[in-house]
Design a binder for this molecule. Structure first.
Ligand code: ADP
Ligand code: MG
Ligand code: MG
Length: 868
C-alpha cells in the first residue's frame, strides 16, 4: 500500500520532493518543537497519481485522508461537523519549489450552517464566526468551484455602500449573515448546486482543486519562466486553523529574519492586527512594520524573534516566515529560505560567515555568479541625481536603477520589449498574471502594496529594480496621474529601486556600485584560488576599476592604443614613413616623452601592483592612411609629397596583416622603437618609485615571438639601453623582459625561448587563431555554423579550446619549465576568464590569468570554488 499521507510529525525538511517545500518545512518545524498548528500532508505523488487517473482521488487516498483527520481530531479534541468543538482547517498547496501566489489556499474549511453557530457560541463573537464563514464561501467558491471572485466582492461593496460604510471591519454580524445567504445564492446561480455542507466532502473537493491547479495557466507560466519541471506535482497541506482575526491580541504577518533588500540583520516584515490569512499580502489595509509589534505585543515579538534566529541557524539561511497570533498565542504557519536581492545575498552570506553560522568554505561555495554579477550593476550617476527631484516616491522594494518607457499592462510591456524598447511596467498593483510583463521589464512601479506585495517579491526574485506603494500615483484608463503630471504610454522614466524614487526622463547610469562587501570576499577568495587574476587594462580609469574589482596586478597593458590619439597618430605615421634612422630617432625622442608619461600614469594607477607592459604590436596597416584623401592630409602635415606618402603606404600594405609585419617583426626591423619603449618604461618606473615609494619591478613584454634567436637579439638591444640608463643615473632596478607565447612555433621551441625570456604570457586570441587556422575577425559565421552543426560545443574564442590550444599550451609550459623551473607563466586573453575555461586552466601550473576588469570578481570566485 502506498503511503499518500504524512502527518507533520512524520516528515522532515529533506522531503521537499515528496511533501513539497511548505509541507517539508512544516514537518521540520514540528520536529523542532515550534508552535505549528497540527496537520498533515497529502504527497506530490498523490497529485501525480490523481492527474494521471482522470482527476480522481482513489479510495485508498480518501481512506488515508480520513485516518489523518481522525488523528487530527485526537490531537486537537475537535471534530469535523461537531456542534461543540468543530474542527476547522486550512487547505494549502505546496510544491518542491516555492511558487508564490501560484496556487490558492482555502481557509476555515469545515464550517457549515451548523458549525458556524458553534464557533459563534465558543468565541462569543457572532460577527467573527460569520466573517469566517463568508470567507470560506468566498475562497471555496473562487478556488474550488471556479466562481469569479468579483461576484462575491461586489456584494460586500454594495452592502457597504447601502449602509454608507468604508471598511470591511465596520460590517456587523447581521451584515455578514446577509452576505452569507447572498453568497449561497451565488452558488446556486453560478453552478446550479448548493455549497457542500459536509466537511469531508469540502475537504475532498478542495484537495482535488489544489491538485488540479498544478496545471492552471499561471502555474505553468511561472514554471516555464523559472525552469521548473512540469512533472513534480504539488502536495496539499491540511492544517488546523488558528485565527488572527480574533480581536486586538490577534494578528497575522510575514517576517524575514534579515532585510531581504539590503541584507542588514534584524527582523524585517509587516503585520496586521485582527486580520486573517492573506489580508497582509492582499494590500486591503496598510500593514504595520514588524518593529511596531515590539510595542503592541512585546512578548510575542520576543518569541518571534528568537524563533527566527533559531530557524536561521537551523536552516543556515535567511528565513521568510508567515505567522499568526491567536488571542496572544503565536503560531508559525510557514518558513522557507527567503528570496532576496543580489546585494542582500552577498551581505547575508558574509554576515553568516562572520557570525559563525557558515564556514569559509560554505561562504565561497554559496555565492552565486548572478548575485556577484548584479552587485556590479549600474546605479544612477550621483552628481546628476543630487540635482534632480523625483516626481514620485514610494517604497524601495528592489534595488538597482533603470531607464525605460512606461507601459501599463503586461501585454503592452511584452509587445514593446519585442519591438526592442526598454520597458518600465507601471501598474496599480501586480498579480501573478503579470509575471511575464514583469520579466521583460527593466523596472516595476506600483501605486499600491507594501514590501511583501506581489510586485515587490517577484521583482526582488528576478533582480529587477522596483518601487512600490507610490501613494501619489493614481492609475487611470490611459495612464498614470501624479498631481498635475501625467505618465503616458511611452513616457521615459528613470527608476531608482534603491531609494524608491521615480524621475521623468533619462538619468545616466553609473557603472560601478557596491564594492564594499567585495573587498572582504576578494581576500578570502585569494587564499583559496590556485593562481592570481590580473587585469587587461591600460588607461588609468580602467586600471583603477580593475584595482577596485580586485585585480592582483596588470597582466597586459597594451601600448599601441596610445597612438591612436590624433597628434600621436601623426607622430607615429611620421615614424613609419621615415626614410632614415636619423629621422626615426628624432621622432622617437618626442614619442619617448609622451610614452614615459603614459607609463607613469599606468604605474601610478596600479598602485605598486605587478604590471606587465607590452611593447608595440600593431598590425602596421592599422596606422596607415586609408585612402588618397588621408594620404594627402598626412603628406601635408608631414611636409612630404603626396606621391611619396602614397608609395610608402602602398609598399607597407599587406594582404594578410595579422600574419605580417607586426610584433617582434617590427622589433627586429626597427630595434630603436622597442629600445625607446624599454627606456621609457624603466625611466617611468624609476620616477614613480621615487615619488610614491612603490616597489616596482618593470615587466616588459615582447609580443609575437617566433624564435629564440630573434627574441635574444632584440632583448639584448633593449637591455643595453636600460643598463645604460641605470648606469648613468646610478640606480638599481630589477626588471624582467619576457615574451608573449601566441604563435604555435613558439610553443614548440619554448625551451629555447625560455633561455632568454624571464616570463611567458600566453596570448590566447592569436594562439587560437593560429592553432585552429580560423581568423578571429572573420570567423564568427563559421563558428556559428559549427556550433549549430554540433561540431563545436563552444566558440573557441570565448571558451579556451582545451584539446587543441590547451594541448599546445601544455607543451610550452612543460618545455619552458624544463629550462627554467620557476619560469613565471601567465595567460592574457579574455577566453581564460570564462568559467568553462577555468575548469581546465585550474589544472595547469600557471601563475596568473589576466582579463578585462569586470570579469575579475567572477573569475576569482570560480577559482576559489574549485579550490575548496
Ligand atoms: P501561499 O503559498 O500563497 O503563501 P499559504 O498556504 O501559505 O499560501 O496560505 C496563505 C495564508 O493563509 C497564510 O499566510 C496564512 O496567513 C493563512 N493560513 C494558512 N493556513 C492557516 C492556518 N492553519 N491557520 C491560519 N491561517 C492560515
Ligand atoms: Mg497565496
Ligand atoms: Mg504562504
Amino acid at each position: 500500500m502506498t503511503k499518500w499521507v504524512y502527518l507533520f510529525s512524520e516528515g522532515s525538511k529533506e522531503q521537499k520532493g515528496l511533501l513539497g517545500g511548505k509541507g517539508a518545512n512544516l514537518a521540520e518545524m514540528t520536529k523542532l518543537g515550534l508552535p505549528v498548528p497540527t496537520g498533515f500532508t497529502v504527497t506530490t505523488e498523490a497529485c501525480l497519481d490523481y492527474l494521471s487517473h482522470q482527476n480522481q482521488l482513489t479510495d485508498e487516498m480518501k481512506e488515508q485522508v480520513t485516518q489523518a483527520v481522525e488523528t487530527l481530531s485526537e490531537k486537537t479534541g475537535k471534530r469535523f461537523g461537531d456542534l461543540d468543538q468543530p474542527l476547522l482547517v486550512s487547505v494549502r498547496s505546496g510544491s518542491k519549489f516555492s511558487m508564490p501566489g501560484m496556487m490558492d489556499t482555502v481557509l476555515n474549511l469545515g464550517l457549515n450552517d451548523q458549525t458556524v453557530a458553534a464557533i459563534a457560541k465558543n468565541s462569543q463573537d457572532e460577527r467573527f464566526a460569520y466573517d469566517c464563514y463568508r470567507r470560506l464561501l468566498q475562497m471555496f467558491g473562487d478556488v474550488v468551484m471556479g466562481i469569479d471572485n468579483q461576484k462575491f466582492e461586489s456584494r460586500i461593496t454594495a452592502l457597504k455602500k447601502l449602509h454608507q460604510l468604508n471598511y470591511d471591519n465596520e460590517l456587523t454580524a447581521e451584515h455578514w449573515k446577509t452576505i452569507v445567504s447572498e453568497y449561497k445564492e451565488i452558488y446556486r446561480q453560478a453552478i446550479q448546486r448548493e455549497f457542500p455542507q459536509n466537511p469531508i466532502e469540502q475537504l475532498h473537493l478542495a484537495i482535488e482543486a489544489v491538485f488540479g491547479s498544478w496545471n492552471n495557466a499561471r502555474a505553468k507560466t511561472y514554471r516555464r519562466l523559472h525552469d521548473i519541471s512540469d512533472d513534480l506535482g504539488t502536495a496539499v497541506n491540511i492544517q488546523e486553523m488558528v485565527f488572527g482575526n480574533f480581536g486586538d491580541s490577534s494578528g497575522t504577518g510575514v517576517v524575514f529574519s534579515r532585510n531581504p533588500s539590503t541584507g542588514e540583520p534584524g527582523l524585517f516584515g509587516e503585520y496586521l492586527i485582527n486580520a486573517q490569512g492573506e489580508d497582509v499580502v492582499a494590500g486591503v489595509r496598510t500593514p504595520k512594520p514588524i518593529q511596531v509589534l515590539a510595542e503592541e505585543l512585546p512578548e510575542q515579538f520576543q518569541q518571534l524573534q528568537s524563533i527566527l534566529e533559531n530557524l536561521e541557524k537551523h536552516y543556515r539561511d535567511m528565513q521568510d516566515v508567515e505567522f499568526t497570533i491567536e488571542n496572544g498565542k503565536l503560531f508559525i504557519l510557514q518558513t522557507r529560505n527567503g528570496k532576496r536581492t543580489s546585494k542582500a545575498a552577498l551581505t547575508i552570506l558574509l554576515d553568516f560567515f562572520r557570525e559563525g553560522i557558515i564556514t569559509e568554505e560554505e561562504l565561497i561555495e554559496r555565492i552565486e555568479a548572478k548575485d556577484l554579477e548584479a552587485s556590479l550593476h549600474p546605479s544612477f550617476d550621483e552628481t546628476v541625481i543630487s540635482n534632480r527631484v523625483p516626481f514620485l516616491s514610494g517604497l524601495a522594494a528592489s534595488p538597482g536603477a533603470a531607464v525605460g518607457a512606461a507601459y501599463f499592462t503586461a501585454e503592452a510591456a511584452t509587445e514593446a520589449k519585442a519591438r526592442g524598447e526598454k520597458v518600465i511596467l507601471v501598474r496599480e498593483e501586480t498579480s501573478p498574471e503579470d509575471i511575464e510583463g514583469i520579466a521583460v521589464s527593466e523596472a516595476v512601479v506600483t501605486a499600491r502594496g507594501g514590501m511583501t506585495s506581489h510586485a515587490a517579491v517577484v521583482a526582488r526574485g528576478m533582480g529587477i529594480c522596483s518601487v512600490v506603494g507610490c501613494e501619489a500615483l493614481t492609475m487611470e484608463e490611459d495612464g498614470g496621474v501624479v498631481g498635475k503630471e501625467t505618465i503616458k504610454e511611452g513616457t521615459i522614466l528613470s527608476v531608482d529601486g534603491t531609494l524608491g524614487n521615480v524621475y521623468f526622463g533619462e538619468i545616466p547610469l553609473e557603472e560601478l556600485t557596491n564594492t564594499v562587501a567585495l573587498d572582504e570576499l576578494q581576500s578570502i577568495w585569494d587564499q583559496h584560488a590556485k593562481f592570481q587574476v590580473r587585469a587587461n587594462a591600460e588607461t588609468p580609469k580602467d586600471i583603477e576599476t580593475a584595482m577596485a574589482l580586485g585585480a592582483t596586478g596588470i597582466g597586459l597593458a597594451r601600448t599601441e592604443h596610445m597612438f591612436f590619439e590624433r597628434t600621436r597618430l601623426l607622430q607615429f605615421r611620421r615614424l613609419i614613413l621615415a626614410d632614415t634612422l636619423d629621422e626615426r630617432l628624432e621622432v622617437l625622442k618626442d614619442l619617448k616623452d609622451v610614452q614615459k608619461q603614459d607609463f607613469k600614469s599606468i604605474y601610478q594607477a596600479a598602485g605598486g601592483k605587478a604590471t606587465t607592459i607590452r611593447l608595440l604590436d600593431p598590425p602596421l596597416h592599422e596606422f596607415l592612411p586609408k585612402n588618397n584623401d588621408e594620404c594627402r592630409e598626412v603628406a601635408k602635415a608631414l611636409n612630404k609629397s603626396f606621391n611619396e606618402v602614397k608609395r610608402k603606404s602602398d609598399n607597407l600594405a599587406e594582404v594578410n596583416p595579422m600574419l605580417g609585419f607586426r610584433g617582434l617583426r617590427l622589433g627586429v626591423a626597427y630595434p630603436e622603437i622597442y629600445r625607446m619603449q624599454g627606456e621609457a618604461i624603466v625611466e617611468a618606473a624609476s620616477e614613480v618609485i621615487k615619488e610614491r615609494g612603490y616597489e616596482i619591478q618593470p615587466e616588459i613584454m615582447i609580443p609575437f615571438t617566433i624564435d629564440a634567436q630573434e627574441f635574444a637579439k632584440v632583448r639584448c638591444s633593449i637591455e643595453t639601453a636600460i643598463q645604460d640608463f641605470l648606469a648613468v643615473s646610478n640606480q638599481k632596478i630589477t626588471y624582467q623582459i619576457g615574451t608573449m607565447i601566441e604563435i604555435p612555433r613558439a610553443c614548440l621551441v619554448a625551451d629555447e625561448i625560455a633561455k632568454y625570456a624571464d616570463f611567458f604570457s600566453f596570448g590566447t586570441n592569436d594562439l587560437t587563431q593560429m592553432v585552429l587556422g580560423l581568423s578571429r575577425d572573420d570567423s564568427p559565421r563559421i563558428i556559428n555554423q559549427y556550433g549549430e552543426a554540433g561540431i563545436f560545443e563552444d566558440d573557441p574564442f570565448q571558451v579556451l579550446d582545451e584539446h587543441g590550444v590547451g594541448a599546445m599550451m601544455k607543451i610550452a609550459i612543460e618545455k619552458g619549465r624544463q629550462t627554467k623551473p620557476n619560469l613565471k607563466i601567465g595567460i592574457c586573453g579574455e577566453a581564460a576568464a570564462h568559467p568553462k575555461s577555468l575548469v581546465f586552466l585550474n589544472t595547469l601550473p600557471i601563475n596568473y590569468i589576466s582579463c578585462s576588469p569586470f570579469r575579475i570578481p567572477q573569475a576569482k570566485m570560480t577559482l576559489a570554488q574549485y579550490g575548496v
